[in-house]
Design a protein around this ligand. Sequence first.
Ligand code: SF4
Length: 265
Amino acid sequence: MLKTKRMSIVPTFVCTLRCRLCSNHMPAFQNPPRASVEEMKADIDALFALFDHIEWLQFVGGEIFTHKHLDEVFDYCKQYDGRFDRLIVETNATVLPTDKELRSLLSYGRKLKVMISDYGDLSKARDRFAAILEENHIEYVLKKYYGDLGDQHFGGWIDNTACRDLLEPDDYVTRQAAQCAQVRLENMHVFCGKLHRCSNSLFLSELGVCVPNRGDYVELHDSTTREEKRETIRRFYDYPRKSCHYCTWKSGDSAARHGAAEQEK
Ligand code: SF4
């Protein structure tokens, strides 16, 4: 039996904001890539061929609603309906989903949960989106990321933008990475055929600043067998991976907090 608590599919690295401390490093991408509908469908098939169950099937960007064709992907996931518990979408509420995307999302009913990163005045579509969700009895969460630091979600953001090996002692990295929130939530991330154990591993790899070691991720569509891939995934959280040496999230509880979503000029 192979399960995970979180599986985040990344449709696009395109974002409507340019946040100086973006933890996913989006402003660092000169030409942010985007997955086609067909690529996402192929990844979803591959994931459900490997995993027996996924608790939360998530869509995370970038800003996912810049994609404009996610209705086809949300609809496609329905064939695996009994194999995942919730459909989660994360948005900064700067843009609304298209009508088709909205129809597809709402058809999930109580299975759908929308996580809105609320950046105050920047999240221009927040109130309209929240009203639609309320009218349709859809669960949503507003994560407040504006105003006094003390009032912000988790006390604000952590600066994870160094994009280099932090040269911390191995025993510290091992201890801290074992209790990292992404590890506790088994928050795997997939983009264009590559399945990583966490967001930082995916985004740093795509940025080209951290070349992952063998076993740090799985190529979903290569010629290795299903059992070989499942064995690699089972070992994802056994020990810290290369990206953990580049990452400040592992010091989450003690790391300094900063105001969220300060925009680059
Ligand atoms: S790179 Fe390691 S420490 Fe950082 S979020 Fe991923 S699992 Fe956690």
